[in-house]
Design a protein around this ligand. Structure first.
Ligand SMILES: Cc1cc2nc3c(=O)[nH]c(=O)nc-3n(C[C@H](O)[C@H](O)[C@H](O)COP(=O)(O)O)c2cc1C
Ligand code: SF4
Ligand code: SF4
Length: 269
């Protein structure tokens, strides 16, 4: 089969998922790449309708072993008509649990034909230089693997006579899916003495939880703990002060030290 475009459709508050997808696309030679970034809130309900001549790479981070609810809601704007898809989740070196299975099932529900899947590792959203959890990942080794994965997907797609010859994509996991992010009404705080009111935090927040006027206000219930505001604040003024977040981060730092490697499905390793 010939494809004329690779479309990257993703939710990626701290950018690791986007980076992995870009590098998978790099391996699929000779095609245009288009980004559909669904991270920020958007008030249009207009459907996104990839064509059968495109290959879509759908990507999201793992939150509590599952897909983030906001990612699912935004992906539901996509209506595919037998478009080939690659499903990718990125997790912070703990586990991806049922998230990749959930993304494969969602892709099928949206009208895609999943051809391959991958679980990659990205720096944990809760990580910092003082509490490292997969810091700096995806690194150059991960990105080479992503590009090699893309190259094998390209070969597989080129060798397909028609989409009907595709066999079902097997992904590990359980249904009903287990886990999901903890229900916690917390958000990062702002250190007023070093905040310059630049507005960057508000501009990256996927749930529009932050407003910046003569101070920074956060709608705590809207916060999904993605840490985009913390990682993008130029002065380091956004941070966690919540004790439970500190305990979770310390646990992850202690228990998720052993490096995990990307796992790929649907193509030969
Ligand atoms: C609320 C929340 C829950 C998370 N749960 C998990 C998890 O269950 N397993 C894991 O390994 N990483 C987990 N992570 C880490 C992210 O999956 C990881 O940092 C990912 O690279 C973030 O993707 P992004 O850069 O595209 O936002 C979680 C992050 C957040 C914010
Ligand atoms: S990004 Fe940081 S410095 Fe800028 S407004 Fe937000 S908290 Fe203040
Ligand atoms: S306020 Fe919450 S949801 Fe918004 S960017 Fe910060 S951590 Fe993410």
């Amino acid at each position: 089969m010939e494809i004329n475009k690779v479309k990257l459709i993703y939710f990626s508050p701290t950018g690791t998922t986007r980076k992995v997808l870009e590098n998978v696309a790099k391996g699929i030679a000779g095609t245009l790449v288009e980004h559909i970034d669904l991270t920020l809130p958007c008030h249009t309900r207009q459907a996104i309708t990839p064509s059968p001549q495109e290959l879509v790479i759908l990507g999201a981070p793992v939150y509590g072993g599952r897909l983030p609810v906001d990612a699912i809601n935004r992906f539901r704007r996509v209506r595919a008509g037998k478009t080939l898809a690659v499903v990718v989740v990125v997790y912070g070196n703990r586990e991806f649990d049922d998230a990749l299975l959930e993304l494969r099932d969602l892709a099928v529900e949206l009208g895609f034909l999943p051809v391959a899947g991958g679980a990659f590792i990205g720096e944990h959203s809760f990580a910092s230089p003082d509490a490292p959890i997969a810091n700096g990942r995806p690194d150059s080794v991960d990105l080479q693997k992503a590009t090699a994965f893309g190259a094998r997907i390209g070969e597989r797609v080129a060798s397909l006579q028609s989409p009907v010859t595709l066999t079902a994509l097997e992904i590990p996991g359980k249904f009903p899916y287990e886990g999901g992010p903890r229900n916690m009404a917390v958000s990062p705080i702002t250190k007023k003495d070093i905040c310059t009111l630049c507005g960057t935090c508000a501009s990256v927040c996927p749930t529009a939880a932050i407003s910046v006027n003569d101070s920074v206000a956060t709608a705590v219930k809207a916060c999904i703990r993605c840490c985009a505001c913390i990682k993008s604040c130029p002065t380091g003024a956004r941070r966690w002060e919540d004790d439970t977040m500190k305990i979770i981060t310390a646990w992850l730092t202690e228990n998720c030290r052993t490096r995990k490697e990307p796992q790929l499905f649907g193509v030969e390793a």
